[in-house]
Design a protein. Structure first.
Ligand SMILES: Nc1ncnc2c1ncn2[C@@H]1O[C@H](COP(=O)(O)OP(=O)(O)OP(=O)(O)O)[C@@H](O)[C@H]1O
Ligand SMILES: [Mg+2]
Lengths: 227, 232
């Protein structure tokens, strides 16, 4: 039995937890969604960057897929996240590589060797991922980067968890907040990354990294809801 | 370049989105720094435009002869990828790797020359960073100077003039003095500023300082210029 056709372990018990199988399904779904959005992300990046964000993300996640197949059974969410991290770092080739790579690496560190992740640990995971991107790229909210999707997502996840929500609801809250955050980058002038060379001309265009963040978080929520 | 020659010198890695830029810069810098380990890390793994974690990591290893490595980067992800590569090193090696945010070409050449003359990590980093300021201060001027303080004029006698290795030796000596000294109005401790004066054999060089106590420093620098740097 491979990791992919395991029973829906996340929803099996009353207080669902995210396990390695869920993590693998999330990454597979992300790879699918990024492949489908490759052209759209390139287009966003063409408006305010160098037009390669879709290509970069797709290359990175496609490179992860064969490695997921090779994962041993009994792996952990942390081990899957770490595999994604190192693969993105070495294959993406643009700013998104070290940024998402560091995010996944810090997320992996945050969950450690745990076999599964509950709502509280999920918030810790998402926070660590966001902090990793800030550590690497030094962007603040409002700089028109992926951080503008990540920080509202982390805040929303944290509030949902504090209100007693289960993992599925926490993920949905994160994805919805990322969607608002991505949209909110449109009127901004960029202060980090390539788009910062454009000044006022970046106004009216959505930051591609905030869009890919939305896609990743939406995939996480969808995978739990539909698995 | 022999391994022995580079053994005690700081190495350099040039990170660019373009393989051609990184390789071209190695060629350019090698002219003035033949015994320094200079490594190009340009483009993605597949030869596209972008940056490569592997090339930078391997470049750090190839450039390090034991006394450290300075990495110079072009845009955006070059710095992010270089920092990520450094984070993946062992702690002891991390301390030997510095990433400098300076103009790639000017900073790279200045760093290479500083490494060639045996500068340590701090000196090589400082040389690279001097490129940040020299762009504006380097404009050669033909105006006569009216210096206050101390001044002395020398005629350059060596073949290459105040360029390449002689310029580096001159800057190295000038940097040892705490008094401000100028060469034809330009900061004597900035390698790029000095080189961009383009002073050839036979040029007249005015060493000045506004500090009246700069006499001995100016004498030492004048003597170095008059010695011809060991060239014919
Ligand atoms: N310093 C930063 N902090 C956070 N996010 C950043 C930063 N710089 C860039 N980004 C994000 O990365 C996205 C662009 O990713 P992409 O993969 O297209 O890299 P790139 O800018 O083309 O890389 P390169 O610098 O190699 O050209 C931006 O839309 C933005 O969200
Ligand atoms: Mg891009």
């Amino acid at each position: 039995m491979t990791l992919n056709d395991q029973p829906n372990s996340a929803l099996a018990d009353a207080a669902p937890r995210l396990d390695a199988a869920w993590t693998v399904r999330w990454i597979r779904r992300s790879a699918e969604v990024l492949a489908a959005n490759r052209a759209a992300l390139n287009t966003l990046d063409r408006e305010i960057g160098d037009g390669d964000h879709g290509e970069n993300m797709d290359r990175g996640f496609q490179a992860v897929l064969p490695k997921l197949d090779a994962l041993a059974e009994g792996t952990t969410p942390g081990a899957v996240l770490k595999l994604v991290a190192t693969t993105l770092i070495s294959t993406v080739g643009g700013a998104a590589g070290p940024l998402y790579g560091t995010a996944f690496l810090k997320a992996a560190g945050a969950v450690g060797a745990a076999e599964s992740v509950d709502a509280a640990a999920l918030v810790v995971l998402l926070t660590a991922a966001r902090d990793g991107i800030v550590l690497r790229g030094k962007a603040e909210e409002g700089d028109k980067t992926m951080i503008d999707a990540w920080t509202p997502a982390v805040n929303a996840a944290s509030s949902a968890q504090a209100a007693g929500s289960a993992v599925g609801t926490v993920l949905l809250a994160a994805a919805d907040a990322a969607a608002d955050g991505a949209q909110a980058t449109e009127p901004l002038v960029a202060r980090k990354g390539r788009a910062s060379y454009l000044g006022e001309r970046a106004i009216g265009h959505r930051d591609p990294g905030s869009q890919s963040t939305l896609l990743l978080l939406r995939a996480a929520a969808d995978v739990l809801a539909t698995a | 370049m022999s391994a022995a020659a580079s053994a005690d010198r700081v190495g350099l890695v040039f990170v660019s989105h373009s393989a051609k830029i990184a390789e071209g810069l190695v060629e350019l810098a090698r002219q003035m720094a033949p015994s320094v380990r200079l490594v190009a890390a340009g483009g993605t793994n597949t030869g596209g435009i972008g940056t490569s974690f592997e090339q930078i990591s391997d470049g750090i290893t190839a450039a390090n002869s034991g006394v450290g490595v300075v990495i110079l980067c072009d845009l955006g992800s070059a710095v992010l990828t270089a920092e990520t590569a450094r984070d993946f090193l062992e702690d002891a090696e991390q301390n030997q790797v510095r990433i400098v945010d300076a103009p790639l070409v000017e900073g790279g050449v200045a760093a290479a020359v500083a490494a060639e003359i045996g500068g340590d990590l701090d000196a090589v980093v400082a040389a690279a960073q001097s490129a940040l300021h020299s762009a504006s201060s380097a404009t050669p001027t033909t105006e006569p100077f009216a210096p206050v303080g101390v001044s002395r004029t020398v005629i350059l006698v060596n073949k290459d003039g105040l360029h390449a290795r002689p310029a580096a030796e001159f800057v190295k000596l000038a940097s040892t003095f705490s008094v401000p000294i100028t060469v034809n109005g330009t900061d004597a401790s900035s390698l790029l500023s000095i080189m961009s004066l383009g002073l050839a054999r036979g040029s007249s060089v005015q060493l000045s300082s506004t500090d009246p106590s700069a006499g001995p420093a100016i004498t030492a620098l004048a003597e170095l210029l008059e010695s011809g740097f060991g060239e014919e």
